[in-house]
Design a protein around this ligand. Structure first.
Ligand code: AMP
Length: 191
Protein backbone atom coordinates (compact mmCIF):
# COMPACT_ATOMS: atom_id res chain seq x y z
CA UNK A 1 0.00 0.00 0.00
CA UNK A 2 1.63 3.25 -1.16
CA UNK A 3 0.01 6.38 0.16
CA UNK A 4 0.67 9.90 -1.05
CA UNK A 5 -0.49 13.32 0.04
CA UNK A 6 -1.04 16.04 -2.53
CA UNK A 7 -0.44 19.34 -0.80
CA UNK A 8 -0.69 23.03 -1.57
CA UNK A 9 -2.73 26.21 -1.38
CA UNK A 10 -6.36 26.32 -2.51
CA UNK A 11 -6.45 26.47 -6.31
CA UNK A 12 -3.02 24.85 -6.75
CA UNK A 13 -4.44 21.97 -8.82
CA UNK A 14 -4.65 19.24 -6.17
CA UNK A 15 -7.89 17.78 -7.52
CA UNK A 16 -6.78 17.80 -11.17
CA UNK A 17 -3.39 16.21 -10.48
CA UNK A 18 -4.95 13.69 -8.08
CA UNK A 19 -7.08 12.34 -10.93
CA UNK A 20 -3.98 11.82 -13.07
CA UNK A 21 -2.02 10.24 -10.21
CA UNK A 22 -4.95 7.97 -9.39
CA UNK A 23 -5.11 6.67 -12.97
CA UNK A 24 -1.36 6.41 -13.52
CA UNK A 25 -0.56 4.59 -10.27
CA UNK A 26 -3.88 2.78 -9.97
CA UNK A 27 -4.53 4.04 -6.46
CA UNK A 28 -7.63 5.35 -4.70
CA UNK A 29 -8.37 9.09 -4.51
CA UNK A 30 -9.77 10.60 -1.32
CA UNK A 31 -10.69 14.28 -1.49
CA UNK A 32 -12.03 15.46 1.88
CA UNK A 33 -13.47 18.58 0.17
CA UNK A 34 -15.45 16.33 -2.20
CA UNK A 35 -16.64 14.13 0.66
CA UNK A 36 -17.94 17.26 2.43
CA UNK A 37 -19.52 18.75 -0.72
CA UNK A 38 -21.31 15.44 -1.26
CA UNK A 39 -22.74 15.64 2.28
CA UNK A 40 -23.82 19.25 1.65
CA UNK A 41 -25.58 18.20 -1.58
CA UNK A 42 -27.38 15.38 0.27
CA UNK A 43 -28.34 17.69 3.15
CA UNK A 44 -26.93 15.42 5.88
CA UNK A 45 -26.17 16.64 9.43
CA UNK A 46 -22.46 16.62 8.62
CA UNK A 47 -23.23 18.54 5.43
CA UNK A 48 -25.03 21.27 7.38
CA UNK A 49 -22.13 21.66 9.80
CA UNK A 50 -19.54 21.56 6.98
CA UNK A 51 -21.40 24.18 4.96
CA UNK A 52 -21.31 26.65 7.85
CA UNK A 53 -17.48 26.51 7.79
CA UNK A 54 -16.84 26.08 4.07
CA UNK A 55 -19.02 29.03 3.05
CA UNK A 56 -16.90 31.29 5.29
CA UNK A 57 -13.63 29.90 3.95
CA UNK A 58 -12.82 28.33 7.33
CA UNK A 59 -11.58 24.83 8.18
CA UNK A 60 -13.85 22.18 9.65
CA UNK A 61 -12.69 21.48 13.26
CA UNK A 62 -9.93 18.87 13.51
CA UNK A 63 -11.77 16.35 15.69
CA UNK A 64 -14.72 16.20 13.28
CA UNK A 65 -12.48 16.10 10.19
CA UNK A 66 -10.36 13.29 11.63
CA UNK A 67 -13.53 11.25 12.26
CA UNK A 68 -14.66 11.88 8.68
CA UNK A 69 -11.32 10.64 7.33
CA UNK A 70 -11.26 7.59 9.62
CA UNK A 71 -14.73 6.66 8.35
CA UNK A 72 -13.66 7.15 4.72
CA UNK A 73 -10.55 4.97 5.16
CA UNK A 74 -12.59 2.17 6.71
CA UNK A 75 -15.33 2.33 4.10
CA UNK A 76 -12.87 2.37 1.16
CA UNK A 77 -10.44 -0.18 2.59
CA UNK A 78 -10.83 -2.58 -0.37
CA UNK A 79 -10.56 0.08 -3.09
CA UNK A 80 -7.56 1.55 -1.30
CA UNK A 81 -5.65 -1.75 -1.01
CA UNK A 82 -3.10 -0.55 -3.60
CA UNK A 83 -2.68 2.87 -1.99
CA UNK A 84 -4.28 6.27 -1.66
CA UNK A 85 -3.76 9.76 -2.96
CA UNK A 86 -4.98 12.05 -0.18
CA UNK A 87 -6.21 15.41 -1.42
CA UNK A 88 -7.10 18.11 1.11
CA UNK A 89 -6.05 16.16 4.20
CA UNK A 90 -4.13 16.88 6.38
CA UNK A 91 -4.66 20.63 6.58
CA UNK A 92 -3.32 21.15 10.11
CA UNK A 93 -0.50 19.68 12.22
CA UNK A 94 -2.95 17.81 14.54
CA UNK A 95 -4.53 16.24 11.43
CA UNK A 96 -1.07 15.11 10.23
CA UNK A 97 -0.38 13.47 13.60
CA UNK A 98 -3.81 11.79 13.58
CA UNK A 99 -3.25 10.57 10.02
CA UNK A 100 -0.03 8.79 10.96
CA UNK A 101 -1.82 7.06 13.80
CA UNK A 102 -4.76 6.06 11.57
CA UNK A 103 -2.53 4.66 8.83
CA UNK A 104 -0.52 2.69 11.39
CA UNK A 105 -3.73 0.79 12.15
CA UNK A 106 -3.54 -0.42 8.54
CA UNK A 107 0.21 -1.14 8.93
CA UNK A 108 0.81 1.70 6.55
CA UNK A 109 2.19 5.23 6.32
CA UNK A 110 2.90 8.14 4.00
CA UNK A 111 5.32 7.51 1.15
CA UNK A 112 5.68 11.11 -0.06
CA UNK A 113 4.05 14.53 0.05
CA UNK A 114 3.65 16.09 -3.39
CA UNK A 115 3.82 19.85 -2.79
CA UNK A 116 2.30 21.85 -5.63
CA UNK A 117 3.91 25.30 -5.47
CA UNK A 118 1.96 27.94 -7.38
CA UNK A 119 2.28 31.75 -7.46
CA UNK A 120 -0.54 33.43 -5.54
CA UNK A 121 -2.04 35.54 -8.40
CA UNK A 122 -2.39 32.36 -10.46
CA UNK A 123 -4.13 30.59 -7.54
CA UNK A 124 -6.74 33.36 -7.38
CA UNK A 125 -7.17 33.36 -11.16
CA UNK A 126 -7.69 29.58 -11.23
CA UNK A 127 -10.26 29.63 -8.42
CA UNK A 128 -12.24 32.51 -9.97
CA UNK A 129 -12.27 30.61 -13.26
CA UNK A 130 -13.35 27.37 -11.53
CA UNK A 131 -16.15 29.24 -9.72
CA UNK A 132 -17.44 30.55 -13.05
CA UNK A 133 -17.21 27.13 -14.72
CA UNK A 134 -18.57 24.91 -11.95
CA UNK A 135 -20.54 27.24 -9.68
CA UNK A 136 -18.51 26.02 -6.69
CA UNK A 137 -19.88 28.20 -3.88
CA UNK A 138 -16.61 28.98 -2.07
CA UNK A 139 -14.83 30.09 -5.27
CA UNK A 140 -15.80 33.75 -4.92
CA UNK A 141 -13.26 36.49 -4.24
CA UNK A 142 -14.22 37.16 -0.58
CA UNK A 143 -14.10 33.48 0.42
CA UNK A 144 -10.96 32.91 -1.66
CA UNK A 145 -9.14 35.65 0.28
CA UNK A 146 -10.15 34.07 3.59
CA UNK A 147 -9.15 30.56 2.41
CA UNK A 148 -5.70 31.85 1.45
CA UNK A 149 -5.28 33.52 4.86
CA UNK A 150 -6.31 30.32 6.64
CA UNK A 151 -3.97 28.32 4.39
CA UNK A 152 -0.95 30.46 5.34
CA UNK A 153 -1.74 30.38 9.03
CA UNK A 154 -2.79 26.77 9.56
CA UNK A 155 -1.83 24.59 6.58
CA UNK A 156 1.45 26.01 5.22
CA UNK A 157 3.39 24.92 8.37
CA UNK A 158 2.87 21.32 7.22
CA UNK A 159 5.49 21.89 4.51
CA UNK A 160 8.21 22.19 7.16
CA UNK A 161 6.67 19.32 9.13
CA UNK A 162 7.02 16.96 6.15
CA UNK A 163 10.39 18.41 5.08
CA UNK A 164 11.74 17.40 8.47
CA UNK A 165 10.47 13.87 7.82
CA UNK A 166 12.22 13.89 4.42
CA UNK A 167 8.90 13.32 2.66
CA UNK A 168 8.23 16.68 1.03
CA UNK A 169 8.69 16.83 -2.78
CA UNK A 170 8.47 20.41 -4.09
CA UNK A 171 6.79 20.60 -7.51
CA UNK A 172 6.53 23.68 -9.72
CA UNK A 173 2.78 23.90 -10.16
CA UNK A 174 2.65 26.92 -12.48
CA UNK A 175 2.63 25.17 -15.88
CA UNK A 176 0.09 23.21 -17.89
CA UNK A 177 -1.68 20.17 -16.44
CA UNK A 178 0.57 17.75 -18.37
CA UNK A 179 3.78 19.64 -17.58
CA UNK A 180 2.97 19.57 -13.88
CA UNK A 181 2.13 15.87 -14.02
CA UNK A 182 5.49 15.21 -15.73
CA UNK A 183 7.25 17.01 -12.85
CA UNK A 184 5.34 14.84 -10.36
CA UNK A 185 6.29 11.59 -12.12
CA UNK A 186 9.96 12.66 -12.28
CA UNK A 187 10.03 13.57 -8.59
CA UNK A 188 8.40 10.30 -7.55
CA UNK A 189 10.74 8.26 -9.77
CA UNK A 190 13.75 9.81 -7.98
CA UNK A 191 12.29 9.03 -4.56
P1 AMP B 1 -11.04 21.48 -0.94
O1 AMP B 1 -12.01 20.87 -1.90
O2 AMP B 1 -9.93 20.57 -0.54
O3 AMP B 1 -10.53 22.84 -1.41
O4 AMP B 1 -11.87 21.76 0.41
C1 AMP B 1 -12.96 22.66 0.42
C2 AMP B 1 -13.24 23.12 1.85
O5 AMP B 1 -13.60 21.97 2.64
C3 AMP B 1 -12.09 23.76 2.58
O6 AMP B 1 -11.96 25.14 2.29
C4 AMP B 1 -12.46 23.50 4.03
O7 AMP B 1 -13.46 24.40 4.47
C5 AMP B 1 -13.09 22.11 3.96
N1 AMP B 1 -12.09 21.04 4.19
C6 AMP B 1 -11.67 20.10 3.29
N2 AMP B 1 -10.73 19.30 3.83
C7 AMP B 1 -10.53 19.75 5.10
C8 AMP B 1 -9.67 19.38 6.16
N3 AMP B 1 -8.79 18.37 6.02
N4 AMP B 1 -9.75 20.07 7.32
C9 AMP B 1 -10.63 21.08 7.49
N5 AMP B 1 -11.44 21.51 6.53
C10 AMP B 1 -11.41 20.86 5.33
Amino acid sequence: MKNYIIFGAPGCGKGTQSQKIKEHFNIHHISTGEVLRDHIARGTELGKIADSYISKGHLIPDDLMIRVLAHELKEKEDEASNGIILDGFPRTIPQAIALEKLLREYNSGIEAVIGLEVDEPLLVERMIHRGEETGRADDNIETIKERLKVYHRRTAPLKEYYEKEGKYLPINGNGSIDEIFDHIKEALAKK
